[in-house]
Design a protein around this ligand. Structure first.
Ligand SMILES: Nc1ncnc2c1ncn2[C@@H]1O[C@H](COP(=O)(O)OP(=O)(O)OP(=O)(O)O)[C@@H](O)[C@H]1O
Length: 226
């Protein structure tokens, strides 16, 4: 599903944010990416999104060669991916339904299908009945559920989550991780960047550790010791 061959990213400032990354993530995998601040985790996510260009190496995502994709093709490429961020990034002046439906409108889904898909995905994330609420009327955990629904409503093959529990208390963090596990169980490849040791250690998934832009360990059913 995802292959990186000798990928390096050097920012114009000269910082080597990723160095010679070789990596394969198979369809349906659940992977944690861990590492201290500045180790290159966000750069890794941004590179997969095509927001940051690799300075060296090849990247294949769902049979597309990302390092060869033209700028104007990026919006189509990004339909393969759903993304969730630490700070939710919901539209404050739109309700739950609208926040999720917008993701479908931009790809041209019909009104009837949007309604069905949005209701289905809101049920999956446990937010049925909250369609009319605005983000500020929801708890942090609920807002992150809306963000996950928005990321998943177009049925992307891959879900990227950059510190999805960074703004949540332990109980909500755990519930969001269980939801990501459910999304993964339904067939989506899930990549989660996190600092949360407890969750990584409990979930026994593949763990890729970065340090100074390099992969220092990659273990199936790994843990996270700092
Ligand atoms: N736009 C940029 N321009 C120049 N340097 C950058 C840029 N973004 C990140 N960096 C640098 O690249 C390195 C990796 O940063 P990155 O944000 O990927 O790390 P991170 O592991 O996500 O950190 P954190 O956990 O603090 O979010 C750091 O040294 C950072 O200062």
């Amino acid at each position: 599903m995802i292959t990186l061959q000798d990928v390096s990213v050097t920012y114009p400032t000269g910082t080597h944010a990723l160095q010679q990354i070789n990596l394969q993530v198979g369809k349906g995998e659940f992977v944690f990416v861990v590492g201290s601040s500045g180790s290159g985790k966000s750069t890794f996510i941004k590179t997969l999104l095509g927001e940051v260009k690799a300075t060296h190496g090849k990247i294949f995502v769902a049979q597309k060669q990302l390092d060869r994709i033209k700028r104007k093709e990026l919006p189509y490429y990004r339909r393969i991916l759903g993304v969730v961020f630490q700070e939710f990034r919901l539209l404050k002046d739109r309700n739950v339904y609208e926040n999720v439906a917008l993701a479908q409108r931009v790809v041209g889904v019909s009104k009837q299908k949007i309604e069905k898909n949005v209701m289905n995905i809101l049920e999956l994330v446990g937010l049925s009945g909250k369609e009319k609420m605005r983000p500020k009327e929801l708890s942090g955990g609920e807002q992150q559920r809306v963000a996950i629904a928005r990321a998943m409503v177009n049925r992307p093959a891959i879900l990227l989550a950059d510190e999805p529990t960074g703004n949540l208390d332990p109980q909500n963090s755990w519930e969001i991780m269980k939801l990501l596990e459910e999304v993964n169980r339904l067939g989506t490849t899930v990549i989660v960047v996190t600092h949360n040791h407890e969750i990584v250690n409990k979930m026994k998934k593949r763990v890729i550790a970065l340090h100074s832009g390099r992969i220092t360990s990659d273990e199936m059913q790994g843990g996270y010791i700092q």
